[in-house]
Design a protein around this ligand. Structure first.
Ligand code: 4NP
Length: 159
């Protein structure tokens, strides 16, 4: 079993998008018994809430259901549980590096390092912007999720 945690600031826009998209890809490839996915925020403002309505609507237009997800904050024990902890941007990666126990043996890094965009290393926060921002999140996440899944599939087959 490989466990992946996506992390952004509020856990209502970017990381739930990555969570729902990777779940769908994994389901389509019948890998859902081998890959477990979750998401969390470094902040606690939105704990218990569903994703932002704009995030749910934009994802739904591309065939992904995010409505069942609920926000939670990152926990220290996540480092005991998850093999991959993937931050949406550098600020959230810094927050995670500060929380990380010394013994963490998993992969902590930027999600878009699994994508091939030359222009973006971070997923821009869409919260205070317009619809274009939510579409950009989907474009970047769909692409990097394919790269991440290829990487995971390769590791599953070689282990
Ligand atoms: P997310 O977006 O980190 O992608 O979930 C945000 C959601 C809420 C806030 C900031 C970013 N906020 O400031 O409440």
């Amino acid at each position: 079993m490989v466990k992946v945690l996506f992390v952004c600031l509020g856990n209502i826009c970017r990381s739930p998008t990555a969570d729902g998209i990777l779940r769908e890809l994994v389901k389509r490839e019948k890998l859902d018994q081998q890959v477990q996915i979750d998401s969390a925020g470094t902040g606690d403002w939105h704990v218990g809430k569903a994703p932002d309505v704009r995030t749910i609507a934009a994802a739904k237009r591309r065939g992904y259901d995010l409505s069942f997800l609920r926000a939670r904050q990152v926990l220290i024990k996540d480092f005991d549980e998850f093999d991959y902890i993937l931050a949406m941007d550098a600020a959230n990666l810094c927050a995670l590096q500060a929380l990380k126990p010394d013994h963490y043996a998993g992969y902590l890094g930027l999600f878009l390092d699994f994508g091939s965009s030359k222009q973006y290393r971070e997923v821009p926060d869409p919260y205070y912007g317009g619809n274009d921002g939510f579409e950009l999140v989907l474009d970047l996440v769909e692409e990097a999720a394919q790269g991440l899944l290829a990487h995971i599939r390769h590791n599953l087959h070689s282990s």
